[in-house]
Design a protein around this ligand. Structure first.
Ligand code: ADP
Ligand code: MG
Length: 749
C-alpha cells in the first residue's frame, strides 16, 4: 500500500485514533502487495504493539511520510535494537526495514468491493503461496489487465465528456449539426460512387464480345449517371459550405452568449484573483475556436465513416481480406498520431504557465498602458529579452516533440506504402491470371488510394476530437464555476434605508491574501447623513465599499440595512438600490449621453435627469461644448471620438453614479484626479441633487472630510476612532496627529 504524502498532523491523528482502539480503513493505492491485496482494496487496520507481531502478519508502517502495507518476514536485532523486515508480495526481492516507532498497525482484514476477507483466511494463505511461488508469471498479466481496464475507462469517460461538451456547444445548433451530418454522409460516399461508375465504364469499354445496341445503351446510361454524380458532388460542395457557415455562426453565437452570461454571474473575487483570472483567460481563448473545431472534426469523422463503409463494400467485392490489409496499413500511423497527441497535450499543459508569462511580456511591449513608461525609462530590451527567452524555450520544446513525431511518422508511412504496393502487386497478379476485370483493377487502385486517405482522415478526426475535448475542459470548467447561491429575497424583505446601515463584528479576508483586510468592524452609517472613511492606503476603506455593495460577503459578522441582513437581501437587490463611484472607475467609448445613462439602463433614458447629473458632477459645460454635445462619442478608441482628460472622465463616472436615483451613494476617492475645489463642488452637487441621500465618501482631502457628519478613522483593517471632525480633533488621537501633519498639504495620509 502506498499513499499520497501525509503530513505529521495527519499521522498524529491516525495514531491517536488507533490508540483509542478505533479501526481505520485505508485504500490501497499501488499494488506492491499483489496478489494478496489489489489496488482499490480497503485494509482495516488496528493498533498493534510491536511485541505482538508475528512473522507473516500484514502490517502498516510509516516510511518517507507515506503509509506502507507489507508483509512482515523477519525480526532481527541490530545494535541492541529491534528491526523489522517487511516485503511487498509483488517485489518479493526488496526488503523494507523499519523500527518500533515506525509501526502504525496491523491489517486484520481487507475489503474488496462487498467482500470482507480475514487476513488469516485460507484465501489469503493461498494468495501468499501464489505470491511466493508464481508472482513472476502472474504480475505481467495483472499489469496488462490493469492497463486494459484503465484504457477502457479512459475511452468511456472520454466519450461521456465529449457527449456532454458537445451538447453544451451545439445547444440550439442541433438541427444544423444534423443537416451538416447528412451532407457529410453524402460527401463521404459520392467519390466512391464515381469510382464505381468509372469501373463500370471501363468494363463496358473492354468487353471482348462484339459491340451491340444493348451495350451502346448501357454505355450512354453509365455516362449520364457518372455526369449526374459529378454534378451532385459539385452542388453538395456549395450547399455544404453554406450550411457549415450557418452552423459556425450559430455555434459562435451560442458560445459568446454563454461566455457573457457566465461573466455577469461571476463574483468579483474571480476578477481580482490572479489565478482565477488566468483560468478565465484560458477559457475565453479556447472558447473562441475549440467548439467549432470539435464540431467540424465530428463532421469529418462522420464523412469518413460513410466512406469507410462504402469502401469496405468495394474491397469485399474484390477479395474480403483486402479490407484487413487496408486497416493494417493505417494502424502504425494511427498509433503514432494517438501517442503524440497525448504527449502534445501534456506538453501544452506543462507549458501553460510559461506561455502566459510570454503573453504578459508581449502585452507590456505592445499595450498602450505601458507605452509611456516604456519610452521614458527605455526598458524595452528588458522585456524583449524576457519574451525572447521564454519563446525560445517553448519553441524548442515543441520542436523536439515534432522531431520525434516526424521520425515515427516516416517509419509509419514507409510501412503503409509498402503494404499498399504489395497489395497493388497482388491485384495486378490477379488480373494477369484473369481472375478479375481491368475495371476492377482500376477500381481497386482508386479505392485504395482514396481509402487510405479516408481512413487517415477518420483517425485524425478522432485524435483531434480527443485533443479538442481535453482543451475544451477549461471552457466547460469555466461555465461550471460555482457562483455564490443567489439567495432569493424573501417576499417580506425589501431593501430599505430609513434608519441606518450597521456593521456588526464584520471580519473579512481576501481569498488570495493571508492577512485580514477587515477585523471585527462595528460601525453605523445613519440614514441621510454623509459619512467619511479616512485612513492610510491599505487600511481597508475600499474593502468596506466592496462589502457594502455585496460583492463580497463577510467571513464573520453581519451587515444590516435597516436591521435586515445583507445576506438575506442578496447581492442583486443591494446593487439595484445603491450607486457608486469606484476608485478605479471605467471609461466607456460610447456617447456622453450613453455614458451617463449606463447608471440606470433599466428605465428609459431621461434627458433632464442626465443633464442634472452632469451639472452636479461639474461636467455639463464640457459636454455642451463638445462637437455633438451630449451625443458626442467619447474616447479615442474609435474614429470621431473626443478624448477627455482623466479628471473629466472621472466627472463622467460621477455623473453616471448621480444619474441613478438611489438612497445610498458610495464614493471611493471620487475626485482623485480632480483638484480640491472641484471636489467640493461635487459634494455640493450631491447635496443639491437630493437632501436625504445617505453618502459614504472616502477621501484624502481634509476639506471634504471636515464637512462630513461622521468620520471613521481606519488603520490596518480596524476602526480606531470615530466622530465628527471637531470631536476627533478634540480627542487629540491618531486623527488629530494626521490632521496636524497633513495640514500644510491639505491632504490626509
Ligand atoms: P484602502 O482602500 O484603504 O487603501 P483596501 O481596502 O483596498 O485599502 O485594501 C485593504 C487590504 O486588502 C490591503 O492590505 C490590500 O493589500 C488588500 N487587498 C485589497 N484588494 C485585494 C484583493 N483583490 N486581493 C487581495 N488582497 C487585497
Ligand atoms: Mg482604496
Amino acid at each position: 500500500m502506498k499513499s499520497t504524502k501525509l503530513n505529521d498532523q495527519i499521522l498524529d491523528v491516525v495514531e491517536s485514533l488507533l490508540d483509542d482502539n478505533h479501526t481505520l480503513s485505508f485504500r490501497m493505492e499501488g499494488y506492491s502487495m499483489y496478489p494478496t491485496m489489489k489496488a482499490g482494496d480497503l485494509g482495516h487496520v488496528v493498533k498493534c504493539s510491536a511485541n505482538d507481531l508475528n512473522v507473516g502478519d500484514l502490517i502498516v508502517f510509516k516510511q518517507n511520510e507515506k503509509l506502507v502495507a507489507h508483509r512482515l518476514i523477519e525480526i532481527v536485532h541490530q545494535n541492541n535494537q529491534r528491526v523489522f523486515v517487511a516485503r511487498g508480495d509483488k517485489n518479493h526481492h526488496k526488503d523494507n526495514l523499519f523500527s518500533d516507532d515506525e509501526l502504525v498497525g496491523r491489517i486484520t482484514s481487507i475489503q474488496r468491493k462487498n467482500r470482507t476477507i480475514k487476513s488469516q483466511s485460507l484465501y489469503m494463505q493461498i494468495q501468499r503461496f501464489k505470491a511466493d511461488n508464481f508472482s513472476k508469471i502472474l504480475i505481467p498479466f495483472y499489469n496488462l489487465s490493469i492497463q486494459l481496464k484503465n484504457q477502457l475507462n479512459n475511452i468511456s469517460s472520454g466519450y461521456r465528456s465529449f457527449k456532454k461538451n458537445l451538447s453544451i456547444v451545439a445547444e440550439n445548433s442541433g438541427k444544423l449539426l444534423w443537416t451538416n451530418a447528412v451532407i457529410s454522409v453524402f460527401q463521404g460516399v459520392i467519390p466512391f460512387v464515381v469510382i464505381v461508375c468509372i469501373k463500370s465504364l471501363i468494363d463496358q469499354l473492354t468487353v471482348t464480345t462484339a459491340y451491340n445496341a444493348h451495350q451502346h445503351l448501357m454505355f450512354v446510361t453509365l455516362l449520364i449517371a457518372t455526369a449526374l454524380v459529378f454534378l451532385l458532388s459539385a452542388v453538395l460542395t456549395e450547399i455544404s459550405s453554406f450550411f457549415s457557415e450557418k452552423m459556425s455562426q450559430s455555434v459562435t453565437h451560442n458560445i459568446y452568449q454563454k461566455l457573457h452570461a457566465k461573466h455577469i454571474d461571476l463574483e468579483l473575487s474571480n476578477f481580482e484573483n490572479p489565478a482565477k483570472q488566468d483560468k478565465i483567460h484560458r477559457a475565453v481563448q479556447e472558447a473562441s475556436y475549440r467548439p467549432l473545431k470539435i464540431m467540424n472534426e465530428l463532421l469529418t469523422g462522420i464523412r469518413s465513416v460513410a466512406s469507410s463503409l462504402f469502401l469496405v463494400g468495394i474491397f469485399a467485392s474484390i477479395r474480403w481480406y483486402l479490407v484487413l490489409v487496408l486497416f493494417i496499413a493505417v494502424v502504425p500511423g494511427i498509433y503514432v498520431r494517438l501517442r503524440f497527441s497525448k504527449q502534445l497535450y501534456k506538453l501544452k499543459e506543462s507549458q501553460s504557465t510559461k506561455e502566459r508569462e510570454m503573453y504578459y511580456y508581449n502585452r507590456i511591449l505592445t499595450g498602450f498602458p505601458f507605452a509611456k513608461e516604456l519610452k521614458l525609462f527605455g526598458f524595452f530590451n528588458f522585456f524583449r529579452n524576457l519574451f525572447a527567452d521564454t519563446q525560445h524555450t517553448l519553441f524548442d520544446q515543441k520542436l523536439k516533440h515534432r522531431k520525434a513525431e516526424l521520425k515515427m511518422g516516416i517509419y509509419a508511412q514507409f510501412f503503409s506504402v509498402s503494404i499498399i504496393f504489395l497489395s497493388l502487386g497482388f491485384v495486378t497478379f490477379m488480373k494477369i491470371n484473369d481472375e478479375i476485370s481491368i475495371g476492377t483493377v482500376v477500381l481497386f487502385f482508386f479505392a485504395f488510394q482514396r481509402g487510405y486517405s479516408v481512413l487517415n482522415d477518420f483517425f485524425r478526426s478522432i485524435t483531434s476530437i480527443v485533443e479538442d475535448n481535453t482543451f475544451l475542459k477549461d471552457f466547460i470548467q469555466f461555465l461550471n464555476t460555482p457562483t455564490r447561491a443567489k439567495i432569493a429575497p424573501l417576499n417580506n424583505y425589501r431593501f430599505s434605508l430609513q434608519k441606518e446601515i450597521r456593521f456588526e463584528n464584520v471580519s473579512f479576508k481576501y481569498e488570495s491574501s493571508k492577512r485580514e483586510a477587515l477585523k471585527s468592524i462595528n460601525l453605523t452609517i445613519p440614514a441621510g447623513k454623509t459619512v467619511a472613511f479616512v485612513g492610510a492606503n491599505g487600511s481597508g476603506k475600499s474593502t468596506m465599499i466592496k462589502l457594502l455593495c455585496g460583492f463580497y460577503a463577510p467571513d464573520s459578522g453581519k451587515i444590516l440595512f435597516d436591521d435586515v441582513d445583507a445576506a438575506t437581501l442578496g447581492q442583486a437587490m443591494i446593487c439595484e438600490n445603491i450607486t457608486a463611484v469606484f476608485q478605479d472607475f471605467a471609461l466607456y467609448n460610447i456617447s456622453a449621453i450613453e455614458n451617463i445613462w449606463l447608471g440606470s439602463t433599466k428605465s428609459p433614458f431621461r434627458r433632464d435627469q442626465a443633464q442634472k447629473a452632469a451639472e452636479a458632477a461639474g461636467i455639463a459645460d464640457v459636454i455642451e461644448r463638445l462637437p455633438d454635445g451630449y451625443n458626442t462619442l467619447l474616447g479615442n478608441q474609435f474614429k470621431g471620438g473626443e478624448e477627455l482628460s482623466i479628471g473629466q472622465w472621472q466627472k463622467i463616472a460621477i455623473a453616471r453614479a448621480f444619474y441613478r436615483d438611489s438612497p445610498l451613494i458610495l464614493m471611493d476617492e471620487p475626485s482623485s484626479a480632480l483638484d480640491a475645489e472641484a471636489e467640493l463642488q461635487i459634494i455640493d452637487g450631491l447635496r443639491k441633487l437630493s437632501k436625504d441621500k445617505t453618502a459614504v465618501i472616502i477621501s484624502h482631502r481634509l476639506s471634504t472630510v471636515e464637512w462630513a457628519d461622521l468620520i471613521y478613522f481606519f488603520q490596518e483593517g480596524q476602526v480606531l476612532e470615530s466622530g465628527t471632525h471637531k470631536q476627533l480633533m478634540a480627542k487629540k488621537g491618531k486623527y488629530y496627529s494626521l490632521f496636524k501633519s497633513a495640514n500644510g498639504q491639505k491632504e490626509l495620509s
